[in-house]
Ligand binder design. Structure first.
Ligand SMILES: Cc1cc2nc3c(=O)[nH]c(=O)nc-3n(C[C@H](O)[C@H](O)[C@H](O)COP(=O)(O)OP(=O)(O)OC[C@H]3O[C@@H](n4cnc5c(N)ncnc54)[C@H](O)[C@@H]3O)c2cc1C
Length: 410
């Protein structure tokens, strides 16, 4: 997998997460004569967000109609199912329930139903009473939205398949090549990395939690900044997995870009409870205690952080409680499945991911996917959930923007 990085190439992609690899795959398909390389900092692709997600193929219900998320998620999910079938990647269209457990949520769930329909999400069903128990016998709610087309997959498997498509098309995926400097020259970009230098005519930066730093290094606007939000999960003990048949979600708080604590049954039968959403002191804080001075300084020095905290501090306090107390995290899940108790989760063996969430200077958490163009460069500035689901559609969108910005021709 890890080829040496070339000294020169026509097109470079920085970051081999699912988005970077999907973009590289799409570039290889569109420009078969161009030389292409992907530069990845870690020793393997897909080790950050892509390898630490809920693994859910979202149907596209939540997102504001007309937004990029709405369009690219619906298209991307459809394409991803086709791709997984073609490439024999294990996946399951298991369906999902979004529950309203009190009156205010009921009104919001009706709005979500409308959004899903406006976004052309097929097969949405409004359920009440025994209809809910028929789908999820242990869930309790005033009403639920059932999305049979939501599914699960291991996004690392998908990313690995994209990487092999890139290699088959003649592209190079070079690992251990963390880009440390970007020098904009008259006819190229010089990318300095851990294994030397690569001179690229054009580059697309898909660096997840580090995307703002590379954008600034390439001369782009420092706004928005990435703030890391850690998402921790617990696992149900095997004897209690029967409480969850597929995916059970709450009605989310519309002011936050996160979906709330949910229950997800994975392909291997594991049932996860989570995630939390806590601002942390490192962009790779898989361990809650990990703090990196540079990351913490960047978060604290950003005016948007303080503006956001002033607005969302009550949500922050709840997240802190759920992040430090297993009982509090399980209590959030027990609003969906009341039979759950803290004894039902493994004492150890949970896991965590870190979301790369873009935060504007004015304190707004960017809700939609966001991209910016620079000199010979295109930057993916915000690609949180459902970017893994939407990866194939994002790749097409990015390549169309690159075509316009760079004047690329096949
Ligand atoms: C807890 C959690 C749950 C989620 N659940 C879902 C879900 O159920 N469904 C869904 O669709 N999405 C989900 N997401 C979101 C999804 O995982 C991300 O949107 C997606 O993985 C983003 O992919 P990416 O390629 O942009 O980022 P990443 O996977 O983070 O990849 C970025 C890559 O860039 C590399 N890189 C960084 N800096 C450099 C550098 N200087 N030089 C070279 N390489 C560099 C990194 O090493 C990394 O490999 C979830 C995310 C989290 C954290």
């Amino acid at each position: 997998m890890s080829a040496p990085a070339p000294a020169r190439c026509d097109l470079a992609v920085v970051g081999a997460g699912i988005v970077g690899l999907a973009v590289a795959r799409e570039l290889a398909r569109r420009y078969p004569r161009a030389s292409l390389c992907v530069l990845e900092r870690e020793q393997q692709p897909a080790t950050h967000q892509t390898g630490h997600s809920s693994g859910v193929i979202h149907a596209g219900i939540y997102y504001r109609p007309g937004s990029l998320k709405a369009r690219l998620c619906v298209d991307g999910a459809r394409e991803l199912y086709v791709y997984c079938a073609e490439r024999a990647i294990e996946h399951e269209r298991c369906g999902k329930l979004i529950l309203a457990t009190d009156e205010p949520q009921l009104a919001r769930l009706r709005e979500l139903h409308g959004r899903g329909q406006a976004n052309s999400v097929g097969e949405l069903r409004w359920l009440e009473g025994a209809q809910i128990e028929h789908v999820e016998p242990h869930a309790r709610a005033l009403a639920a939205l059932h999305s049979p087309s939501t599914g699960v997959v291991d996004f690392q498997d998908v990313a690995r398949a994209y990487a092999s498509d890139v290699a088959e098309a003649g592209g190079v995926v070079a690992c251990g090549c963390g880009v440390t400097a970007v020098d904009v020259r008259a006819r190229s970009l010089r990318l300095s990395h851990a294994r030397g230098q690569t001179e690229a005519t054009h580059a697309i930066f898909c660096a997840g939690a580090w995307s703002d730093r590379l954008a600034v290094a390439a001369g782009a606007d420092p706004d928005p900044r990435i703030v890391p939000f850690r998402g921790a999960y617990l696992r149900l003990v095997p004897e209690r997995r029967h409480l969850v048949r597929s995916l059970i979600y709450p009605t989310p708080d519309p002011s936050l870009p996160f979906l709330g604590v949910h229950l997800t049954r994975h392909l291997d039968g594991d049932v996860l409870v989570g995630p939390t959403a806590l601002i942390v002191g490192a962009r790779d804080a898989y361990d809650l205690r990990r703090v990196r001075r540079h990351d913490l300084r960047d978060t604290l020095a950003w005016p948007g952080t303080w503006r956001m905290l002033r607005r969302f501090w009550p949500a922050g306090v709840s997240e802190l409680r759920r992040s430090t107390s297993r009982a509090a995290l399980v209590a959030a899940a027990a609003r969906l499945v009341p039979a759950l108790s803290v004894d039902d989760v493994e004492p150890r063996g949970g896991f965590a991911g870190v979301r790369a969430q873009a935060l504007a200077r004015d304190g707004r958490l960017l809700d939609d996917f966001s991209f910016s163009a620079g000199e010979r460069a295109l930057h993916v500035r915000n690609a949180p959930s459902p970017a893994a689901t939407a990866s194939l559609a994002i790749a097409r969108h990015v390549c169309e923007r690159a075509e316009r910005a760079f004047g690329l021709t096949a």
